[in-house]
Design a protein around this ligand. Sequence first.
Ligand SMILES: NC(=O)C1=CN([C@@H]2O[C@H](COP(=O)(O)OP(=O)(O)OC[C@H]3O[C@@H](n4cnc5c(N)ncnc54)[C@H](OP(=O)(O)O)[C@@H]3O)[C@@H](O)[C@H]2O)C=CC1
Ligand SMILES: O=C(O)C1=N[C@H](C(=O)O)C[C@H](O)C1
Length: 253
Amino acid sequence: MRAEDNPIRVGVLGARGRMGAEVCRAVEAADDMEVVAMIDAGDWMFDVADAGAEVVVDFTHPDVVMDNIRFCVDQDIKCVVGTSGFDAERLSTVEGWLEQKPELGVLVAPNFALGAVLSMRFAELAAKYYPSVEIIELHHAGKADAPSGTAAHTARVVARARAAAGLGAAPDATTSEMDGARGALVEGVRVHSVRLSGLVAHQELLFGGKGETLTIRHDSLDRASFMPGVLLGVREILGRSGLTVGLENLIRL
Ligand SMILES: NC(=O)C1=CN([C@@H]2O[C@H](COP(=O)(O)OP(=O)(O)OC[C@H]3O[C@@H](n4cnc5c(N)ncnc54)[C@H](OP(=O)(O)O)[C@@H]3O)[C@@H](O)[C@H]2O)C=CC1
Ligand SMILES: O=C(O)C1=N[C@H](C(=O)O)C[C@H](O)C1
């Protein structure tokens, strides 16, 4: 932990959004860090650099997050990124930028909630035992993208575990369907997206085998659930270089 008289200087991108506002409150409440810049759409990005931010936390939008990371890397600012929309291509682009700045670290975490991280690990363990798997993710109606970054990441984790175990495609005898009825295919795994007022962030993994099913469900009932993970990310990224994908790399599971 950094000493109280030398707090980590944090810039928040998307500061007026649902997550950004919560992050500003959490950082201010922590003894070892302080908010030095709050940036939202239309604000002057150079304010984060002028304010001397050591770490930027990004909760903005999939369409702008790559430009934000590029800016931070150019300005030698470490990044903790929660914004969704990352695929293998985007991650390798960020890795490429970081090769030019070996002292700099970027953390991209699809989900900062402890239970979500655990549920993905449980899914990885279960995946090889069940021929059938489908994912249902459920979010608030204001969410910008579908499927969620967490669901896409979980699908990739499950697909990798299935491939390693030599499992082929999940059994599915559907020969007639309405468009969208069977959800989106992410690396061979079906993902269904629900958007509903009143929800925050929820995910169910359904595994099926002979005569049994296994359901792994996680619910974020409040955005407070993400804050310990975000603060851990801010503390840990100071001592890391290169790209880290997933909060699971910062906690002992
Ligand atoms: N990894 C995790 O654990 C979590 C990730 N998320 C992800 O975080 C992202 C944000 O979610 P949420 O807070 O709900 O979304 P919001 O729409 O509530 O907030 C996003 C904010 O970013 C602002 N913004 C847009 N463009 C820029 C820009 N170029 N620079 C700075 N700010 C900008 C938006 O402004 P305006 O509205 O004017 O466009 C808005 O205020 C999403 O991708 C979501 O999936 C969310 C929760 C947890
Ligand atoms: O938009 C959200 O709210 C969330 N987004 C992230 C995602 O896309 O997975 C994380 C969490 O599900 C909340």
